[in-house]
Design a binder for this molecule. Structure first.
Ligand code: ZN
Length: 419
């Protein structure tokens, strides 16, 4: 019985027009409210701005109509609260429900109670309308399959379009805002609160569309896109020179940046080093393309040695030696086996720390003779000169994870260089 009533009520909620009268039509919009809203210049201005946004959308259809319901204070409002709905707006098909009071003069939708008291009216109507557009363009099932970050990201992207000429609108600025906060909500350019995840999704979308010049339809079709990965790529690309010149220790050349870009996929798992361990990060980048061969140690301490060897090649223990020396100020030398036996304390795999060494046996060997060494970085990742895959492809150094089958199977021990 109770369930029956609940289902009936839920069903009724699909028809907000049963609870609230239409106030007026204007262009693409039918506006429903308690009668506080009249079609005046302020209303027109807001709705016209929405249309300016919507025309930027790939899914724009001039004839599409949107029903806007401003339900605050109505029975509909109370019923939805009964079902625990507590957002400021939602949409289904062409029906958009707004749970705040609209202020068309200030272009605000005012909710009132908590810290997300209001949102920008043009922005929120545009956002919900893009949902409607996409909903119409894709079959119901197709729409459901679009990942949330694409769906919300595109709605956010389009709904902020009218702000694009403002000086506050800057991809890098927003990105640093996202980086600085750990809160669930951030202040938008409008001064209103927006969920941090929406800011993230908008940034990614904007980067893909405006910087990478991708097409939204192609983005939807590509099932392999990973938002966090794109965010890191974006970080690399946008960070560029300006950020890094701050660091006096490291001379960032154009060459180094090109290398970084060429290896960006490989660098992703260790990208946080760029800020936490700037010197180490750029040290690694500077050796990335060096091929695999036994180096000649004559003149090791000269600058020329480094440049010459980067061109000629380095082997695994050689690279470990240079990195330990130049990044960690620790001296090691000789073969991998010798380094482990004489110069290290053995460390368990799960106790590895940045700057420890990782030692490997030969594939399929039946003993623990060490034939390979790398330098441990973080989160299971290590860097090493390897003749295996990367060098044979002319790629030089490699960053790999101890979780990868090959490295996991051949791992013998970790080693911490003795003081
Ligand atoms: Zn949304």
């Amino acid at each position: 019985m109770l369930i029956g009533i609940a289902l009936t009520l839920l069903g009724l909620l699909q028809f907000p027009n049963l609870f609230i009268n239409k106030s007026f039509d204007y262009k693409s919009f039918e506006l429903y409210s308690n009668g506080h809203v009249e079609l005046d210049d302020d209303v027109k201005k807001v709705l016209d701005s929405v249309i300016v946004n919507l025309k930027q959308s790939q899914f724009y259809q001039p004839k599409q109509k949107f029903e806007l319901y401003f339900v605050k204070g109505t029975l509909y409002d109370r019923l939805t609260k009964l079902f625990g709905v507590n957002n400021i707006a939602s949409s289904k098909y062409n029906k958009h429900i707004y749970f705040g009071n609209p202020d068309f003069v200030q272009s605000k939708l005012i909710k009132g109670e908590s810290k997300f008291e209001w949102v920008n009216l043009v922005q929120i109507i545009s956002h919900e309308a893009v949902h409607s557009q996409m909903y119409t363009d894709y079959s119901r099932l197709g729409f459901m399959k679009i990942p949330a970050w694409i769906n919300e990201g595109y709605c956010e992207y389009i709904s902020h379009f009218h702000k694009k000429n403002s000086p506050n609108y800057n991809l890098n600025l927003l990105r640093s805002k996202l980086q600085e906060t750990e809160d669930d909500w951030v202040k938008s350019e409008f001064g209103s609160m927006t969920p941090t995840i929406y800011l993230r999704d908008r940034l990614i979308m904007e980067y893909l569309l405006d910087v990478e010049n991708k097409n939204i339809l192609k983005i939807i079709e590509n099932e392999n896109l990973d938002p966090e990965k794109i965010l890191s790529q974006m970080k690399i690309k946008l960070n560029g020179l300006d950020k890094l010149q701050v660091d006096q220790d490291v001379r960032i050349s154009k060459e180094l940046l090109d290398l970084e870009l060429a290896y960006q996929d490989m660098l992703l798992p260790i990208i946080s080093l760029k800020e936490d361990q700037t010197k180490m990060y750029w040290f690694i980048v500077s050796w990335l393309k060096t091929s695999y061969s036994t180096p000649d140690w004559t003149g090791y301490y000269s600058e020329e040695w480094k440049e010459k060897t980067k061109k000629k090649g380095i082997d695994c223990s050689g690279f470990a030696r240079v990195m330990m020396d130049q990044v960690f100020q620790k001296e090691i030398s000789g073969s991998s086996q010798g380094i482990l036996n004489q110069q290290c304390i053995r460390i368990e795999r799960n106790s590895l720390k940045m700057g420890d060494l990782v030692f490997f046996r030969a594939p399929y060997s039946n003993n623990d003779k060490i034939v390979h060494v790398g330098v441990y970085l973080q989160n299971g990742y290590f860097v090493h000169a390897t003749s295996k895959k990367s060098a044979s492809k002319g790629l030089g150094l490699s960053v790999n994870s101890l979780q990868e089958k090959h490295w996991s199977e051949d791992f013998v021990a970790g080693g911490r260089v003795k003081e």
